[in-house]
Write a protein that binds this ligand. Structure first.
Ligand code: PRX
Length: 696
């Protein structure tokens, strides 16, 4: 399945010196390790597990599973019977056994440049113990669910690890989600406590988080689900809190977290008005100040739940993806170490919000399990200007940088100058995640951001997979721009046709996995039936990703987009990502999104939304050029039927294009349903007004 030889031409490599001392220095080594991981997974993962602390060893098979619905319940178990604690492993083990207590765990940088702090592993451990004691004092016990609705602050890591220390299950809700989304999630996972903050700034915009949290709690009460406790962190304001929150004049955070007296909020800006309900609300700082910094971890069983994280489902109702302890710990630690080729002196920066799986696995658990030093960033790539990322790369000497294609495309729009005015000479590996990266963005990232020196790890994975499943390894894998290349250790991909037959060699179809790896999700919280039917019913015996995938003649995997984003035009399967990539190759186009619109003859037609670069105007000549471009790149079958000028695209706050909304606009459906996850809902109105009318 892994090719014997990789191509010499049309592939890209990072600088040769990266191979020196790399964990996986060559493609040959990758192949050997991959074969071991498949032939003897118990040994492969068992060796990885030796780095961790186990209170007692596992009793059954290392990895046990059933992926075939026709043979009974779907399950995966990793190291069943073993007893451990993930918080102990990512903190105490680093502080005590690995002597990393004084190492910086996080350099935190706020929205406002100059607002910064840092926390060492020892300080983080103490802060987590204090907060774990706080949670205990509020009645939280092993197995209880705790909702966390916080901005990107160190206390978010503290809160999640404090839950893990107690064996409580965190359910983090991205702070960009609405009150309604928060209340739905609180109720679905049956949380007994909410942790939130007063508010935060994203760029110039104030988010009154506490007001949203209060609304969510009211909605819960209205639906007969009263939540009795809400712990409120004062993040933005000191003075305002001392009156409105009736907090003692404590420092911003736990005594262990350093606090620089900097301007979190520009002087001219308002601090939020924080409503306070003395029945329910408790001040983070007051509770923490009174708590001990010693807290014995709760020893948990390997398959005890670690967290629930919601991801959107095709039915519209988000699914609570459940991950369990040991398998997730092993997998995030291993992928982080090998995919970023982690070295002790690295400074690593993942720009994802912890409210998404990328933040869970590659801001918190994976890096901390490896004793890494990370940057934790609250702000935006474009605030106060579009150089912010590169300025921070130089400031912290970031060596491993991980972001999303959408951010790359956004910054690419502004040209090379904002990047090139910073040195970026500390960078060694670049990563992307979240969606297929179009080759143009890949090349820009590679040549401009990484000065053609840094390999790009295009990591394909999902909330459900827990960690990377298809990915290059930076020193070992020759890269093809836009391909997530090959499987990670223990992962066995296959491509199926509509009949569920495995396709060999170059082919395109459904991407599935034939066996579990330690970090795969275990169930949909509270709905194992939905879990089985969503992922295992269509093709019994396989985990179905929901993504389309192509394997080329060299065995490289190329994600073509969600199957639900695949279009069937005159009986030909077309990938929206492919058409978008062709459009974006036109110099006038900054971003494109393609959806299907029903067509009486062809089945579906291609409806393209294009966002033009600065200073470009949409006109019939450009439209004709774009049609030609796509035809030339892909073929006549892919010629766009409609091209609409889209000054903005409907995106979630994490930057994902909401294709469902675009499909509805393309179809002229006025009722767009729930668009509360959109970062800016006004773009929808504009798109609607300028909608292309059906051809006569
Ligand atoms: O369609 C794939 C796309 O994102 C989906 C998973 O989304 P989510 O659960 O929100 O997790 C995102 C972060 C892991 C996948 O089904 N996707 C993710 N990474 C890539 C990708 N598509 C192509 N290439 C990637 N590298």
């Amino acid at each position: 399945m892994i090719p014997d030889k990789v191509p010499k031409d049309d592939v890209f490599y990072g600088a040769a010196e990266l191979q020196k001392g790399a964990h996986v220095p060559t493609f040959e080594k990758y192949k050997d390790m991959y074969m071991q991981s498949i032939q003897d997974p118990d040994k492969f993962w068992g060796d990885m597990a030796k780095d961790f602390f186990w209170k007692s060893q596992h009793t059954g098979r290392f990895l046990d599973y059933n992926f075939d619905v026709t043979k009974g319940e779907i399950f995966t178990k990793c190291m069943a019977g073993a007893s451990t604690n993930i918080c102990y492993n990512v903190l105490d083990r680093n502080v005590h056994d690995r002597k990393l207590g004084d190492k910086v765990a996080f350099h935190w940088e706020g929205n406002e440049p100059g607002d910064e702090s840092m926390v060492t592993y020892r300080e983080l451990l103490h802060a987590v113990c204090r907060f774990a004691n706080v949670l205990k004092s509020q009645g939280v016990r092993k197995g209880d669910r705790v909702a966390i609705y916080l901005p990107m602050v160190v206390e978010l890591v503290v809160a999640m690890l404090a839950c893990a220390r107690l064996g409580a299950v965190h359910s983090i809700v991205f702070a960009g989600f609405s009150a309604e989304s928060l209340s739905d999630r609180i109720m679905d996972s049956g949380c007994s406590l909410l942790v939130t903050a007063d508010g935060f700034y994203r760029g110039d915009k104030l988010i009154n988080l506490k007001i949203l949290a209060d609304e969510a709690l009211q909605k819960c009460r209205d639906k007969g689900f009263p939540l009795h406790r809400c712990i409120v962190l004062k993040h933005l304001s000191k003075e305002a809190h001392e009156t409105s929150l009736s907090c003692p004049p404590a420092k911003r955070s736990c005594p262990d977290l350093q606090d620089k007296e900097t301007s979190r909020v520009k002087k001219s800006r308002p601090v939020p008005q924080v409503p306070w309900n003395p029945e329910v609300d408790r001040c983070w700082h007051a509770l923490v100040a009174a708590a001990s910094d010693q807290c014995e971890p709760e020893w948990c069983e390997s398959e005890d739940p670690l967290f629930i994280l919601y991801t959107s489902g095709s039915t519209g109702k988000p699914k609570g993806v459940l991950h369990t302890l040991s398998g997730y710990m092993l997998y995030t630690a291993a992928t982080f170490k090998l995919v970023f080729d982690h070295r002790p002196d690295d400074v690593y920066w993942c720009t994802a919000d912890i409210g998404w799986i990328t933040g869970h696995s590659y801001v918190t658990y994976g890096p901390l399990a490896n004793g890494a030093t990370s940057v934790l960033f609250e702000g935006l790539p474009t605030y106060p200007d579009v150089s912010r990322m590169w300025q921070m790369v130089d400031k912290y000497r970031v060596s491993k940088f991980y972001t999303a294609p959408t951010a790359i495309r956004l910054l690419m729009k502004y040209g090379n100058e904002p990047v090139q005015k910073y040195k970026r000479d500390s960078l060694k590996v670049l990563g992307t995640v979240g969606e297929p990266i179009n080759p143009e963005a890949w090349h820009w990232y590679f040549s401009v951001v990484g000065d053609s020196r840094c390999p790009i790890v295009d990591t394909f994975w999902q909330t459900e997979t827990g960690g990377h499943v298809l990915t290059p390894l930076p020193a070992a894998t020759p890269m093809k721009p836009g391909s997530a290349t090959f499987p990670f250790f223990g992962v066995v991909p296959a491509i199926l046709n509509e009949c569920g037959e495995e396709l060999e060699g170059p082919s395109e179809g459904y991407l599935v996995f034939k066996q579990p790896w330690p970090g795969v999700m275990r169930t949909v919280y509270g709905n194992h039936g939905r879990f089985q039917s969503t992922y295992f019913k269509k093709f019994p015996g396989y985990y179905v990703t929901g993504d389309g995938c192509r394997r080329d003649k060299d065995g490289y995997y190329w994600i073509t987009g969600r199957i639900d984003d695949m279009l069937n035009v005159s009986g030909h399967l077309l990938s929206t990502a492919e058409v978008e990539s062709a459009l974006v190759e036109h110099e006038a186009v900054a971003e494109a999104a393609v959806v299907g619109r029903p067509h009486p003859v062809k089945g579906e037609s291609l409806y393209c939304f294009v966002t033009l670069g600065d200073g470009r105007t949409f006109n019939p000549t450009l439209e004709a050029q774009l049609r030609k471009q796509v035809r030339e790149k892909i073929g006549a079958i892919a010629t766009p039927d409609y091209i609409q000028d889209a000054p903005g695209l409907p995106k979630t706050r994490s930057g994902k294009i909401m294709r469902r909304v675009l499909r509805q606009i393309a179809r002229g459906e006025k009722d767009l349903g729930d668009i509360s996850t959109l970062a800016d809902s006004s773009v929808v109105e504009t798109l609607f007004i300028n909608r292309c009318q059906p051809a006569l």
